[in-house]
Design a protein around this ligand. Structure first.
Ligand code: F6P
Length: 601
């Protein structure tokens, strides 16, 4: 159907061509020598993607698309046939995107021009594509089957992954069957996972997805899993409320083991355990997940009770490592969580091997590039018609926005186009009664509708026309068409709508969305969905030519908070307020004084 992947065969527009490419290549060669690594393929930077013929072709193509309307496009059967993909039961219809088959060809050409195939290969081959941190990006290795070989710096990391998985399996089984007991001899039935950002959002998303899955729920019977992320004392109080330290296991989850909020919360909860069960109780009631085993030990957790992961797993991509696998195996059983890994790996394989034209993450990634960079849509709504996916949007918010919210290309060149989008979302139908007004008649926000064929739960009240799930899904189908087709003034007039109301009741339509359908929501399909979104984000970053795997943008706020922490401690110790000579601007000085004066010492 589409032109094939020419770059995979070493075709036109090979990276590094021309003087610009040669200069960049020299730069990366020097840098490679400086960090003692060979120059990764992906680092052979070229001019910004916006200077390519393929980008310009899409720019010009916008004019043609602007002459179309989804209300007409959606009636074309051949187009609808072409604009849908299915892989391993996951079905995606993108006929409601503002594209034609010609647009798709141009988008796949752009992907080739950006070297997406080479960059994907470099990622799966363990090259240090996170160049600012000189790290490989191998979350895919955390779900690789035992017999796979994935090398980082010449060493196969898959056995390490499986050693940790084996340890998780054994430990979670011992806790679940009561063999591992607490300080007072009681089994540990409740788990509190302390962590923030990537050490929280992914596990919360998966936990929320599985809670009402009948199979998973059986494994969770009599057990509770809670998360403590925010340093806000309110979150501390809520997450410990009603828990008994005697029957609680605490997991400190932190890649670095230095994150201020997590470490303060960990100390607070350690004090809660010690106060009730004595100093030694930490050994039985606290375990850790980290790449920094030295700090785990210093904290007082036995390194034997620590579950490792590696610097080649980014925090926001770590849900398949011990970060998600330990708390979720404790809650649902290891066997259930193994299926989650299998689902993610299935999508990984599809991403790595399928031609672009059949490739779900590549297609969805390219559609996002189209919406952001060519149609000028700055946001994306993630709208699962499934309450169990309530935490998908918050998780993808971090995955996408921390990855692709960048202002410079991978080689430091300032970009002349925006990257990333503002992700938000709520499950349907709740969102319909909240922000959909803006989506229908205000800004144009491409929407991801996600529907499930067979619900985790069945509720059908005798005498009703449809079951609860059917009612939910009626909205899933209707909303996508309402956005695409809209409602014209002519239609409104034919319904005798008064003239004065016609502008208010008109729906312009032509608002893009895509519809993803899963046969059911279980551990396996949750894994597929996770991997789909992760790789879609990577594709966008690969095309925009940025480093999607670092997050320097979160650093400045942390540094300034440390300074405020020192000032606050000083002022509280001395019982003083701010004089203005501390080096803060007048606004911050005033705000701090107001806080210091109001807070009980
Ligand atoms: O502040 C952002 C961040 O660095 C994320 O990237 C990360 O997921 C989170 O903090 C938590 O970090 P850690 O797991 O090291 O505690």
């Amino acid at each position: 159907m589409w032109a094939r992947d020419t770059l995979a065969r070493g075709g036109r527009d090979a990276p590094g061509r021309g003087e610009f490419g040669r200069r960049r290549a020299r730069h990366w060669e020097r840098r490679g020598r400086a960090v003692g690594r060979a120059m990764p393929v992906v680092m052979e930077a070229k001019a910004l993607i916006s200077s390519t013929e393929e980008w310009r072709a899409l720019r010009s193509h916008v004019e043609a698309i602007d002459k179309t309307h989804l209300r007409d496009l959606i009636r074309d059967e051949a187009r609808c046939d072409a604009l849908a993909l299915e892989y391993d039961g996951l079905y995606c219809d993108f006929a409601r995107q503002r594209v034609t088959t010609e647009t798709m060809e141009k988008l796949y050409d752009l992907a080739r021009a950006a070297g997406v195939r080479e960059k994907v290969n470099a990622m799966f081959n363990g090259e240090a594509i996170n160049s600012t941190e000189n790290r490989a990006v191998l979350h895919v290795a955390t779900r690789a089957p035992k017999d796979k070989v994935i090398n980082v710096d010449g060493r196969n990391v898959v056995p390490d992954v499986h050693d940790v998985l084996e340890k998780i399996k054994e430990f979670s089984e011992r806790v679940r069957n009561g063999e591992w007991i607490g300080e007072t001899g009681k089994p540990l039935k409740d788990v509190v996972a302390i962590g923030i950002g990537g050490s929280f959002l992914g596990p919360l998303f998966v936990h929320t997805a599985l809670r009402t899955n009948p199979e998973a729920a059986v494994g969770a019977s009599g057990r509770q899993l809670r998360f403590l992320a925010n340093v806000d004392p309110v979150d501390v109080a809520r997450s410990l409320n009603g828990l008994d330290p005697e029957t609680t296991l605490v997991i400190v989850v932190s890649k670095t083991f230095t994150t201020a909020e997590t470490m303060l919360n960990a100390r607070t909860v350690r004090a809660w355990i010690r106060a009730s069960l004595g100093e030694n109780a930490v050994q039985k009631h606290m375990v850790a997940i980290s790449t920094n085993l030295k700090l785990v030990k210093e904290f007082g957790i036995d390194p034997d009770n620590a579950f490792a992961f590696w610097d080649w797993v980014g925090g926001r991509y770590s849900v398949c490592s011990a970060v998600g696998m330990l708390p979720l195996s404790l809650q649902y059983g290891y066997d259930t969580m193994e299926k989650f890994l299998e689902g993610a790996w299935s999508m990984d394989q599809h991403f790595a091997n399928a031609p672009f034209e059949e490739n779900l993450p590549v297609t969805l990634g390219m559609l996002s590039v189209w919406n952001v960079s060519f149609l000028g849509c700055p946001a994306r709504a993630i709208l699962p018609y499934c309450q169990a996916l309530a935490k998908l949007a918050p998780h993808i918010q971090q995955v996408a926005m921390e990855s692709n919210g960048k202002g410079v290309a991978i080689d430091g060149t300032p970009l002349d186009y925006d990257t990333g989008e503002i992700d938000f979302g709520e499950p349907g139908t709740n969102g319909q009664h909240s922000f959909y007004q803006l989506i229908h008649q205000g800004r144009t926000i491409p929407c991801d509708f996600i529907g499930i064929v067979k619900s985790q739960q069945s509720v059908y009240l005798k005498g009703e026309i449809v079951s609860n799930h059917d009612e939910l899904m009626c909205n899933f189908f209707a909303q996508a068409d309402a956005l695409a087709v809209g409602k014209s003034a002519v239609e409104l007039r034919s319904e005798n709508v008064p003239d004065a109301l016609i502008p208010h009741k008109t729906f312009s339509g032509n608002r893009p969305s895509l519809s993803i359908m899963l046969p059911e929501l279980n551990a396996y399909t949750t894994g597929q969905l996770l991997s789909l979104y992760e790789h879609r984000v990577a594709v966008q970053g690969f095309v925009w030519g940025i480093n999607s795997f670092d997050q320097w943008g979160v650093e400045l706020g942390k540094v300034l908070a440390s300074r405020v922490r020192a000032t606050m401690n000083d002022k509280r110790t001395k019982g003083e307020t701010m004089s203005g000579g501390e080096g803060y601007n007048p606004s911050t000085t005033r705000l701090l004084n107001r806080y210091l004066a109001g807070k009980a010492k």
